[in-house]
Design a protein around this ligand. Sequence first.
Ligand SMILES: Cc1cc2nc3c(=O)[nH]c(=O)nc-3n(C[C@H](O)[C@H](O)[C@H](O)COP(=O)(O)O)c2cc1C
Length: 399
Amino acid sequence: MSEGKIILGISGGIAAYKTVELARELTKRGYQVFPVLTAGAENFVTSLSLATVTGNKVLKEIFTEADPILHISLTDEADLILIAPATANIIGKIANGIADDLLTTIVAAKNCPVLICPAMNTRMYQNSIVQENLNRLVAHGFNILEPDSGSLACGHVGPGRLPDIPEIIAEVEKLLQEKILRGIKVLVTAGPTREYIDPVRFITNKSSGKMGFALAEAFRNLGAEVYLVSGPVSLAPPTGVNFISVETTEEMAQRVDELFEKVQIVVKAAAVADYTPKEKFQQKLPKKNSLTIDLIKTKDILKSLGERKVDQFLVGFAAQTHDLENYATKKLLEKNLDMIAANDVSRTDIGFDSEENEIVVYTRDGEKILIPRASKKIVAQKLARLIGEKYLNKQNEKG
Ligand SMILES: Cc1cc2nc3c(=O)[nH]c(=O)nc-3n(C[C@H](O)[C@H](O)[C@H](O)COP(=O)(O)O)c2cc1C
């Protein structure tokens, strides 16, 4: 039995009559299908047919008392939004960020991949504005299933026909199968920590948290249940992720310790402070000509996880300005990690506060894998997938 919740958006195209069959096939395969109709779609398909084949209530209204934030509760849970058929109108609205009915508002609040199946008259499909809107959607990460060519309901011949149902289902399954970590719990740490000298002064570092947040999001997209423990950063936590905010290394160590036993994968992307003031003054220190602060080492969270680990897949980060490979491979062994992601923080174009990153991954089996320079989101997607695959391989080997 397949798993997965699909929001099936239907807009006002003639091919909407085929969507009843599509909804039935998806339901038969075990997916939970939630039909959402535009006002236009109601001219072509009935709620009764869709409710009968899916066993779910058909949704149309954005403003309802029963669930005042339906567009959010639906998107919190969905694994895929499928729009079939997608009219020129809805494509234009989505491409321009318009959210004026339930379906377009759901897409604006999306938390999962979206598959759009355009279907329309050939002239409409070839209209340069429609093409521009489709290109814009692709650039924003939407998945488009090209329409078939053939004889259309309007009598014209050319591209614009909704692809056959098996073709749509194959595309749906491709996108849903991406969830290789469904049922797996992943703990990601991110950001810097703060070590207080007195109530207003602290020691910290340049970490922005971007890499850890992007990783949390990437693991969520792979279907994992994600716990993100982060030090102080100015980023909004990704939706659908369990977010735990901390300030000091000690707090981070505590929260990580509590979660460690219930997770299968741990990625420590936080740049934890290595030292903390020996003495923490309760009152603000007066300004003097000079100040000497004694620093002591903070708890080595990664090392203690390496010592405690039973079955967890443990991934660390090595940020270094020189001799990166030596440092990273040594840390991999010393801290009993399964993998380490190394980045060169002497470069100003990647790493710490920048938008981009480049990573070299070293594994316990002696592999060295380069994730080339790209936006932190792309690097995070590649790294999360690599970690997921290595974890699953290790589990398979154990049988
Ligand atoms: C009989 C008929 C068939 C239509 N078929 C299509 C179609 O296949 N594709 C399309 O993009 N628009 C089609 N339209 C136009 C849309 O219904 C119209 O643009 C509407 O505003 C779409 O609203 P919606 O996108 O909110 O559902 C058709 C209109 C009529 C009257």
